[in-house]
Design a protein. Structure first.
Length: 360
């Protein structure tokens, strides 16, 4: 415990969210009535019954950014919450957990080999009361060293985050989630300069309460010139399906993520010749069985015929996808589609449902 002459400036010092290091940096007025008990070398905070004037924001940094300078969405901030600040240039990816239309949680990948095991467990243990499906969709945003975020935006309602917009310098525009009606204009979170990601860890049975960014030197930006992100086309298959897309041009290799022990495709990750990366579908990094294909020239796919028709727009059906990247005699029946590896791939997923199309 230390008394500081002034609030420290954010110094880009942070520890991984799973670590046990935690810091509270607040002015005295925010700690009114809070008592500190010391026993066996450990501090314990004793809080007053009334938290009217108390603010205890727990951070993973000894010099956290000032929340009033962070652009975030939604601002569902309570007196006691746990925040994380992350330097995007120092991580290799983020997994977002979606309930198709709502962002539930996120996992930071410090390396490309890092698993989401402990975050999976936390998210799956507490099913959200309004969850559409029993298991969330995982959207992996790769952040390779050779690429960077140049724009970060979001949209949602007062108490939930529905969609995140990312523009990468090389990978292009990426939409995570689904824009909902009557939510107003998109909010600009960060533009151009170095971006520090700020988010709040959800409590049990909650959705992500805060997602935003901090920039020590924010770039001058005309809101009227904010990027326009195209609708990825989710509603073509169903209102509650998640749609993602990627270019098949300039791909040097592709990773296939398989569903459990079967050969059904859960998601795909593309590595581009310019150093960029993109994913489509549900990619469980270091959790699913994977295969890598270098320099693909064809894409062949087929969808298993639905076994039930008790759902609407794909919900309740069992549509499983197989994807391969070379043609052989087994593909010569009418249920397989084999195309040159070029154009745009679109990938739709929902509970027990997957579908793709290739536009050339």
């Amino acid at each position: 415990m230390e008394r500081l002459p002034a609030r420290p400036q954010y110094s880009k010092r942070w520890s991984r969210p799973a670590d046990h290091l935690a810091y509270i940096v607040e002015d005295e007025a925010s700690l009114e009535g809070v008592k500190v008990q010391l026993k066996d070398g450990r501090f314990r905070l004793k809080l007053p019954r009334q938290l009217r004037n108390v603010r205890l924001h727990v951070w993973n940094s000894p010099t956290p950014p000032n929340l009033s300078l962070c652009m975030g969405y939604p601002k569902k901030i309570t007196p006691i919450q746990r925040f994380n600040v992350i330097e995007l240039s120092e991580i290799r990816g983020i997994t977002f957990y979606l309930n198709t239309t709502v962002v539930l949680a996120m996992h930071i990948h410090l390396t490309e080999q890092e698993s989401t095991l402990w975050t999976d467990k936390a998210v799956l243990e507490e099913k959200r009361p309004d969850a559409m499906f029993s298991e969330p969709i995982r959207v992996y945003l790769p952040l390779p060293k050779g690429d960077r975020i140049t724009y970060l935006g979001a949209n949602g309602s007062d108490d939930r985050l529905n969609v995140i917009f990312v523009r990468m310098e090389k990978a292009g525009d990426i939409t995570i989630g689904q824009r909902q009606g009557n939510c107003g204009e998109d909010k600009v979170l960060a533009v151009q300069n170095s971006v520090s990601l700020v988010y709040c860890e959800p409590n049990k049975r909650e959705m992500l309460p805060f997602f935003g960014a901090y920039q020590a030197s924010p770039a001058t930006f005309d809101v009227a010139s904010r990027p326009t992100f195209a609708d990825p086309g989710a509603n073509r298959v169903g209102l509650f399906t998640y749609c993602s897309w990627a270019s098949l041009d300039g791909v040097s290799s592709v990773r296939i993520f398989y569903e459990d022990d079967f050969d059904f495709c859960r998601g795909l990750m593309f590595y581009y010749e310019n150093g960029a990366s993109r994913t489509v579908g549900d990619c469980r990094v270091q959790r699913d069985r994977e295969a890598t294909v270098n320099k693909p020239t064809q894409i062949c796919f087929r969808t298993k015929v639905p076994e039930s028709e008790n759902g609407e727009n794909g919900i309740g059906t069992v549509c499983k996808l197989r994807v391969e990247f070379e043609h052989h005699s087994g593909h010569d029946d009418e249920r397989w589609h084999c195309l040159p590896f070029k154009g745009i791939i679109r990938f739709w997923i929902a509970g027990g449902f997957s579908w793709l199309s290739v536009e050339q």
